[in-house]
Design a binder for this molecule. Structure first.
Ligand code: SF4
Length: 376
């Protein structure tokens, strides 16, 4: 008998092939930071291999017209979230601010701590933001009717399948994202089409939004959202480009990390949490006054999205969880270190979109495309 989760899996794959086989549709996909360091497991490559280039070629072979990088979407999230945090911090309002890019965490907070939801960032998650940008800025630039565009997000995550259906995830009635395919589902699609990842040449993301920063890359690992946001928040708070890039105190795999980050004369109290049980602990500590914080990152999956439920775990007999986590995280930090730009606000692709559409982080138009409200 096929389990209900398997039905859901086949259903998503069937839907993806239906979209790919429809010649009237402009087919766009975007790939999350963690997919490139997980997909190789399904093709028996060494754990943590970055298969970005081969994955892009595979997606083109499957029939996508454009292949974009959700890391660019993460750069938009950093811009908006850092701006939102700086605003709240300077006004000492609605602190601590909680990140909102993990839909399972947002769902948990809404259900269990409704009185604390005003502390959640209003930012949509990176792939939702990027879907909205693809169906506005990209559609207009290339004169493609937005109704003709279907965006498929390739994600390490199962919770994002439900996220795209939430009522607020649209702009003027056009859904930001049309379908979510997990990393393992993408591998299954490739296998059905006899695409052998290892044999493929490297491809590159499409322009004009294929450029992402190292800040976007580290979104996939616990602590990465916090570190990326601090890079931009620090420059915003100090009004200049600071040399500091790495915030090592928010790195590592502990379920709850707390640190005080010095930015100029300010002492910003941050926490990084992964695993839903740890989220409960930090929420209780905040409620009881045991934890005094300004900014909190929460990811439901222990270790962050690199260990999401949509990622392959083929090698569980040979490798333990910590080793897989470490190798995937190492691959993402290596992408960051090799990136030309490591702060989201320095990304030329973003600067162009803000100049031509969004105006500024937190502007009315940015709110319309990139932010959400919380229906309770
Ligand atoms: S931490 Fe897990 S549930 Fe949350 S966005 Fe990442 S993969 Fe999805």
């Amino acid at each position: 008998m096929i389990s209900s989760s398997k039905f859901a899996r086949y259903d998503a794959i069937t839907k993806a092939f239906e979209i790919l086989n429809d010649s009237s549709i402009h087919k766009v996909c975007q790939t999350a930071p963690s997919v490139r360091v997980g997909l190789g497991d399904e093709f028996v490559l060494p754990i943590g291999t970055n298969v970005k280039g081969k994955m892009i070629t595979a997606l083109r072979l499957l029939g996508f017209d454009r292949v974009f990088d959700t890391n660019t979407g993460a750069d938009f999230t950093i811009m908006e979230e850092a701006n939102e945090f700086v605003d709240r911090y300077e006004n000492q309002e609605n602190l601590p601010m909680f990140t909102s890019c993990c839909p399972a965490w947002v769902m948990f907070a809404k259900k269990n701590y409704p009185d604390m939801c005003k502390y959640l960032s209003t930012c949509k998650s990176p792939h939702q933001m990027f879907g909205a940008i693809i169906k506005s800025y990209y559609a207009n630039k290339f004169n493609i009717p937005k109704e003709k565009i279907k965006v498929i997000s390739i994600m390490p995550c199962i919770a994002k399948k439900a996220e795209i259906a939430q009522p607020e995830m649209n702009v003027n009635g056009i859904r930001d994202v049309d379908l979510v395919i997990s990393t393992t589902e993408l591998a299954e699609m490739m296998k059905r089409k006899n695409i052998d990842l290892e044999q493929l040449e490297d491809g590159d993301y499409d322009s004009p939004m294929g450029n992402a920063t190292g800040a976007g890359a580290i979104f996939g690992v616990t602590g990465g959202v916090m570190e990326a946001s601090l890079r931009t928040a620090a420059d915003l708070l100090e009004g200049e480009s600071l040399e500091k890039i790495q915030y090592k105190s928010v790195r590592g795999y502990k379920g709850i990390k707390q640190a005080t980050v010095k930015i100029g004369k300010r002492r910003i109290r941050v926490a990084v949490v992964s695993g839903i049980q740890n989220a409960r602990t930090i929420m209780e500590d905040i409620k009881n006054g045991k934890a005094k914080l300004d900014f909190v990152e929460v990811m439901s999956c222990p270790g962050g999205c690199i260990m999401g439920a949509g990622q392959p775990f083929m090698s569980k007999n040979a490798w333990d969880y910590e080793t897989i986590q470490h190798l995937r995280a190492k691959a993402l930090y290596s992408i960051d270190e090799k990136s030309t730009y490591r702060k989201a606000h320095e990304n030329p692709a973003l600067i162009d979109v803000y100049k031509n559409l969004l105006q500024a982080p937190g502007s009315e138009i940015a709110e319309k495309y990139l932010h959400r409200k919380y229906e309770m």
